[in-house]
Design a protein around this ligand. Structure first.
Ligand SMILES: [Zn+2]
Length: 136
């Protein structure tokens, strides 16, 4: 049940994101995979198809997130919302250490965990991009 996103709106989302996944910062330019218009608040939970509620997401992050809004932070056991790319700053929630994304906050932890930022395949892919100056 995904609402149609117009070409004009899609273009605005991609430009604002500098063609990178707004969660894991993977650059769209290095892949043939189509990045997706991700509803930050999913439509299931009342999110709208507007510039404010859309984020550019790589297929890995988008599929891992699904319609979820958050998860249980393993450190505090509290229900915690995911990192919000419109209202929060990536660098305040994550640090890149080598090719691993280290979460720094509860929101960062649930996002890195559920989105599987540090799956071995994704770390390996990121390391390859860092080596050619395309990530970091
Ligand atoms: Zn991503």
């Amino acid at each position: 049940m995904s609402t149609y996103v117009s070409a004009a709106l899609r273009k605005q989302v991609i430009e604002r994101a500098d063609s990178r996944c707004e969660y894991c910062r993977f650059p769209q330019s290095v892949t043939l995979l189509a990045f997706e218009m991700e509803h930050i608040i999913s439509e299931k939970h009342g999110g709208t198809t507007t510039l404010e509620n859309l984020a550019l997401a790589c297929p890995y992050c988008n599929r891992a997130k699904g319609t979820d809004l958050g998860s249980i932070d393993p450190e505090t056991n509290q229900l915690t919302p995911f990192f919000h790319p419109r209202t929060q700053i990536w660098q305040a929630h994550f640090i890149l250490s080598g090719a691993t994304i280290l979460p720094q906050t509860p929101e960062g932890r649930v996002t890195a965990l559920i989105f599987q930022f540090n799956h071995p395949d994704r770390i390996q892919e990121r390391a390859g991009l860092i080596a050619i100056g395309q990530y970091g």
